[in-house]
Design a binder for this molecule. Structure first.
Ligand SMILES: [Zn+2]
Length: 313
């Protein structure tokens, strides 16, 4: 694969994000950094180092909708923008969608025992839409599609970290452009997000994420071009490590359930110092571990005064 990595700064804790310029029948950029001036400069420089300019880019292909990846679809006057249809909601940001998204979080946070004051704070943080691009998708991709302009490169749906998440499998070189599915130095977080059908049922993000990791492992690829950090060669080994680590954390949560508890109580015990500043992340993790224990029949939830209370089975 004729691939060129571009490292882009972000304002987020994760640090730099990677975009990949791939020359096939079409010239495509996979992911496009956050919509900041610094990221724009890095993109421009990287594209010029590969011998092209911004007008040459024919397609921007997005691995998922998170703002550190989906910011600069707007930067390329001649490019189509491709991704999962869910991404489009975050590019268009219609008032109806934003309101639905708030309602979704309100409903689920309340059910999990989060006090009103935290809920509003959480929604405040979620509002941060400025690093997203605003040009809508020109083309929706689906599981099993071939990426236009790249014969032999297949779209693989891998939800969990994001509900819109795709990886792109180049069958000739047996490598994937992996977005945030598997990262070399940090575990990727299965965040709680509204489902792609925009209903009120909550996707079990950690369970989806584990299935997606197994889907990647089954491809037996030689290399993952990851969305952050280094390319990954020891793919199965790292996937096994990630799967095992989460299972161990889930067992710790099981230990905490010596008496029935709510999600917020578990989150506080697990992350006593950071849960207030990183509420979305820590809640997502706690909910994920409970989903995992529930799927193994080890815990069960009961609704008490409209709040989920978890106990051992
Ligand atoms: Zn992400």
């Amino acid at each position: 694969m004729d691939i060129h990595k571009i490292v882009i700064p972000t304002p987020y804790d994760i640090g730099d994000v990677n975009a990949f310029l791939v020359k096939g029948e079409a010239l495509s950029l996979f992911d496009a950094g956050p919509k900041t001036k610094e990221a724009y400069e890095a993109l421009k420089e990287g594209i010029s180092a590969a011998g092209y300019n911004m007008n040459d880019i024919e397609q921007v292909v997005l691995t998922h909708h998170h703002p550190d990846h989906a910011g600069w679809g707007d930067a390329f006057p001649n490019a189509k923008i491709l991704g999962h249809e869910y991404v489009d909601q975050f590019l268009r940001k219609s008032p109806e969608f934003l309101e639905y998204r708030n309602e979704f979080y309100r409903y689920h946070l309340k059910r999990n025992g989060i006090p009103e004051i935290f809920i509003e704070k959480y929604l405040e943080n979620r509002k941060e839409m400025n690093y997203f691009g605003s040009n809508p998708l020109t083309h929706c991709l689906k599981e099993g599609d071939e990426v236009p302009g790249h014969p032999g490169m297949k779209v693989v749906y891998t939800p969990g970290h994001a509900q819109s998440h795709f990886i792109f499998h180049d069958e000739k070189t047996n490598s994937v452009i992996g977005g945030d599915l598997l990262l070399d130095s940090v575990a990727s977080n299965p965040l709680i997000e509204p489902p792609i059908d925009l209903s009120y049922s909550r996707p079990k993000a950690l369970l989806q994420y584990r299935d997606s990791l197994i889907k990647l492992r089954d491809l037996r690829v030689n290399k993952v071009y990851a969305g952050h950090g280094n390319d990954i060669d020891n793919v199965s080994e790292l996937i096994n490590l990630r799967l095992q680590r989460d299972y161990l954390r889930a067992k710790q949560v099981y230990e905490l359930l010596n008496e029935p508890k709510t999600v917020i109580e578990i989150t506080k015990s697990l992350y006593s110092t950071i849960y207030k500043t990183q509420l979305g992340l820590t809640l997502s993790k706690a909910i994920g571990y409970l989903d995992l224990l529930e799927s193994k029949g080890m815990v069960t939830a009961q609704l008490v005064d409209d709040i989920n209370v978890f106990s051992r089975t």
